[in-house]
Design a protein around this ligand. Sequence first.
Ligand SMILES: [Zn+2]
Length: 317
Amino acid sequence: MLLLGGLAVGLVSGLSPAHGDPMARAADSAQIASGRRNPYDKFRGASYSNEGLYPERDEIRLGQELHKQLQREQKIVRDPRLASYVQQLGEQLARLSKRPDLDYHFFIIEDPTVNAFALPGGYIYVHTGLLATVESESELASVLGHEIAHVVARHGLKNFKRAQKYQFLVGLINLGIGTIGGEGTAARIGQTASQLLAAGIFTRHSRDAEREADFLGVHNMYAAGYDPRGMLSLFEKLEQISRRSPDLLGAVFRTHPPASERIRNTQAEITDHLALDPRLVRDTPAFRAMKQRLRELGWVEGPAPISLRRQRWGSPH
Ligand SMILES: [Zn+2]
């Protein structure tokens, strides 16, 4: 089973650019030959920086402008209890991530689809539909850990860098900060930010980038003291929802590896690298208070109506 599983993963990930690297290919073949392959090995020990992309200051400004535009297009939940719960949990995780010094901003979007995503510069969003779905703080921590990982690995920024026709935006933002810009510049920044969001430039990642985010995410949640099996039960929920009410998941599975593969990879990582301790956290009173608040506000319901509006940016996580 292990060998078959490993080969199947190899076939899928063989399509991604990272595997064009002969060293990576050699390492993969060696692992397959030995009959045991951990698909996350290629991410192990990686270090991350803005080198070759944009300086962090530009990344943060880009994130600010995207967030500004997003606020115009989406309904951000301002309930202080819900907002501060997600912010605190997110920060606690981010401080233990591989990019601990960035200022992270966590927001809740009123939207029944089960979704979360990250923008450059540390802006991270979860839908009320996701908060309604998770059943333990460890499950929610796995989602936030995954999104923080996209920020750590600069996945969105890398996508942006490749989207050549939008590069003028960085210059425009820096211009807009001075007095030279004026209203015309602000309008053009907003318009371009809107196009970028709609095109999913920051949220649609390669399957390998998603694997990397799962890998970093499970280690991040574990470092923060959460039971890493929360990630497995979250994936199981996603799989169930995709079978029962696929509309709820929107495009989750268009860019993410299938839940079955994510479960297999993460299970292997836990078995090989994370010692399970009974003191690891699954649930907390704060999490239950969040769920209670969600009910008070009417955001915890049964299956969502079929007529769910399609997700605006296509791509979650
Ligand atoms: Zn993702």
